[in-house]
Ligand binder design. Structure first.
Ligand code: DGY
Length: 313
């Protein structure tokens, strides 16, 4: 069997992949499109990740690959329907990054409400002139309402932490009603969530189905004190409408880990003090990245041994 790994991964994962005979592109650089297309005709299995796009037309040639194991839970960079039609099983890594990503959403919520990044910049710049009763006043968290858009594993994990840790009331938008072990109210539209929540957190998967799900109308419905958190995918939010709302102070702030056109972060967004900006760190802990790699390799081993993939998308 032949296996290609498209990117440098944690050492333990690469050691196991090497023991499986993998060829590894041991680099942080994304391979060119033509090279990725070539892999489909040349390898039984491909372990890829965010940024490694596999659009429908890449599956039109002769395809040798039987499994594409995505290192990550979000797989909107792979056309899963075209892969299926070409006989390729696509797998992902659900579960192992749930808490890490929910924790980062909590981090962004706290940083945004308490203006932590702004304060850090002030101190680093040497501009802090001392404590004053009115300096950099943020907003409290306890007892506020958290609105979750996309109430799957990660959305529920954030809601649970926010409810138990900060006494937050939870409302959510999701296509179907979810049974959870804490109080949570489903609302009919994203605009309803935007209107009722003090903090809106995006946890919907990206891709064509959810593009701009949280669009200009939802942003306009937010409270002037409202903040928006996104650790899911940038395209779920209309980034241009969000920037305008932040510039005009129609909402209080945003905490973002993901962007519409990564790694490009618009200059207008970077210029804003009321935006906390992180570089897609949701699942970035060593334990989690190792677990994601091992899970991707488990899926490859299973498919190539003729067993069902444990985590097909
Ligand atoms: C995920 O798992 O989807 C992370 O965003 C990294 O791709």
């Amino acid at each position: 069997m032949s296996l290609f790994v498209t990117r440098r991964l944690p050492e333990r994962v690469m050691a196991r992949a090497r023991a499986m005979g993998a060829e590894i592109h041991d680099s942080d650089e994304v391979l060119p499109d033509a090279e990725r297309a070539r892999l489909l005709g040349a390898y039984d299995a491909i372990l890829c990740t965010l940024g490694d796009t596999f659009p429908a037309d890449m599956f039109e040639g002769s395809v040798k690959t039987r499994v594409i194991a995505n290192f990550g839970v979000g797989y909107n960079h792979i056309d899963a329907d075209a892969a299926k039609a070409a006989g390729v099983i696509v797998t992902n890594t659900p579960g192992v990054l749930t808490d890490a990503t929910a924790d980062l959403a909590m981090t962004l919520m706290l940083m945004t409400l308490r203006r932590a990044a702004e304060g850090e910049r002030l101190v680093r710049a040497g501009d802090w002139t001392g404590w004053t009763p009115t300096q950099m006043l943020g907003q409290g968290i306890t007892g506020k309402t958290l609105g979750i858009v996309g109430f799957g594993r990660i959305g529920q994990a954030m809601a649970r932490k926010a409810h138990h840790g900060f006494g937050m009331e939870i409302v959510y938008y999701n296509r179907s009603e979810k049974q959870v072990d804490f109080p949570a109210r489903r609302l009919p539209t994203v605009e309803d969530v935007a209107q009722e929540a003090d903090v809106v957190a995006i946890h919907a998967p990206g891709g064509a189905d959810t593009r701009h799900l949280f669009g200009a109308a939802a942003i306009a419905a937010m409270k002037p004190t409202g903040v928006l958190i996104n650790t899911a995918r940038g395209d779920v939010v209309d980034e241009t409408a969000l920037i305008a709302a932040l510039e005009e102070h129609r909402i209080a702030g945003a905490g973002l880990d993901v962007y519409e056109h990564e790694p490009t972060v618009p200059d207008r967004l970077r210029a804003l003090d009321n935006a906390v900006l992180l570089p897609h760190l949701g699942s970035a802990t060593l334990e989690v990245r190792e677990a994601m790699g091992m899970m991707a390799l488990d899926n490859i081993e299973a498919v190539l041994a003729g067993r069902p993939a444990p985590n097909p998308v």
